[in-house]
Every structure is written in C-alpha cells, then in structure tokens.
Design a protein around this ligand. Structure first.
Ligand code: UGC
Ligand code: NI
Length: 164
C-alpha cells in the first residue's frame, strides 16, 4: 500500500465544508438572551442521529497527545450519525478527513490543524482519523450518536501527517 504524505493546513470553515462543520464563535452569529447577559451562538453544527432508537450522546474524551509525523493505517466513519469534538482548554488537534463514500480516494483526503479555538463536527459518513490532540493531554466535549446498529466502519490506508 502506498504511503500518502500530507501536510496539515490551517482549518477553515470553507475548506472543511465538504466534511461537516467548524465550531467557532469567532465566525458565527449570535443573539442575546438571559436579560442580555449571554450571547447565544446558536445551532453551530448539525447533529445527526440516524436509525431506530438513535439518540444524541454527550461525552468527554481525555486524550493523550500524538507524536508527529502522525502515521495512520486507517480512517473510520460513523454512517449513522455525526460526531463533534470541542476542546475544553484550547487544545490544538489534527483533523484528517475524506468525503463520505464506500471507498476513500487518496486525492480527496485533506489534513488540517486547528488553532485551539475551533471544534469540528464530522457529518455522518465522513471518513476521519481518530481523535489526535497535539502537544499535551486534551479534554474534549464530544457529541455523537448512540443506539443500536454498527456505527463505526474502518477503511485501511497508509498515510503520514506532518505540520508545515
Ligand atoms: N470511538 C470513538 O468514540 N471515537 C472515535 O470515533 C473518534 O473519532 O475519535
Ligand atoms: Ni470517530
């Protein structure tokens, strides 16, 4: 299997649009609630929970940092639901994705690096690397789909991800 080499680019809303949503108050609209004390950054990402008895889960991931370059031997997808990761302490992380589909075209793969203020929401079926925090232990709020059915497929590949 050929090793694909990718250099992670800064994450932007536009570049990530084919894969899901970037969660970032700096690029989002808000309105005031709670007698003006609160800015509500409303409906920043679409939560998908497909199939009978599906429900949204709220979890916390505490992840150990990856070493660079990051070597990947698979990407995974969740066909029955979205999956969102929001850092709780401005942790930076790698985002490696490919568009939904039964196979992965290496030419369609993209690698991004977040800036600490960004979270991501993978839409259902988007191929992605598992959570890959940089530099230090990371704590993430995770919103994804629970319920019956197989919601995690793996696709083997060989890739090495570097920072510029
Ligand atoms: N397995 C799990 O809950 N996490 C992965 O889906 C991931 O994307 O990190
Ligand atoms: Ni996942």
């Amino acid at each position: 299997m050929n090793m694909l080499e990718l250099t992670a680019q800064p994450l932007t809303n536009e570049a990530f649009a084919p894969f899901g949503d970037v969660i970032d108050t700096r690029t989002a609209e808000y309105f005031h609630i709670n007698a003006g004390r609160t800015r509500r950054y409303h409906d920043l990402a679409r939560v998908e929970t497909l199939g009978d008895e599906a429900r949204a889960l709220i979890s916390i991931f505490v992840s150990q940092p990856v070493t660079l370059p990051l070597t990947l031997d698979f990407l995974e997808r969740h066909p029955l639901g979205s999956q969102a990761f929001m850092p709780l302490h401005e942790e930076r992380f790698l985002v490696v994705v490919a568009p939904p589909g039964e196979t992965i075209d290496p030419a369609g793969m993209r690698a991004f690096v977040t800036d600490g203020r960004q979270g991501v929401n993978y839409r259902a079926g988007t191929w992605h690397a598992i959570q890959s925090v940089l530099e230090r232990e990371g704590e993430f709020l995770v919103v994804d789909r629970g319920g019956p059915g197989d919601n995690c497929d793996e696709h083997p590949l060989a890739a090495r991800i570097s920072l510029a």
